[in-house]
Design a protein. Structure first.
Length: 128
């Protein structure tokens, strides 16, 4: 399982990467993509959608189940990863290169509520 020091993680297995200038990428963790199995469909939000931390912003369909994705932070969707619409399996190939959305963050204090790599690693160990 891959976990990176430059990311923040949620208990629902999304990650956040700061890009600078108030922009952030949000994606699915390596742990989650392995648990889900082969991802066959991604239902993405629209650019301009407002996200609220803890609320659903997208869903994924895998060979095992349909899973909702929860916004780790509040903000406005600036860009969606359109490649995932035609090739959702990119999330299985590399969950950290293949972000799901980019957001403009409204409240940077919400980042402090997320887990760092060490905390997330412990959290995943306890999930098994």
């Amino acid at each position: 399982m891959k976990i990176f020091t430059d990311l923040k993680y949620t208990k629902s297995h999304e990650w956040v990467r700061e890009l600078g200038n108030g922009l952030f990428e949000i994606g699915l963790s390596d742990y989650a993509q392995k648990e889900l199995g082969d991802i066959v469909f991604v239902n993405l939000p629209q650019e301009g959608d407002e996200l609220k931390a803890g609320e659903t912003f997208a869903d994924l369909e895998s060979v095992k189940a349909v899973s909702e994705l929860y916004a780790p932070v509040s903000g406005t969707v600036i860009e969606i990863n359109e490649e995932l619409e035609d090739t959702p399996e990119l999330l299985n190939e590399n969950a950290y290169e293949n972000w799901i959305i980019k957001v403009g963050l409204v409240n940077t204090g919400e980042l402090d509520l997320l887990m760092n790599e060490e905390e997330y690693g412990e959290f995943c160990k306890n999930e098994q």
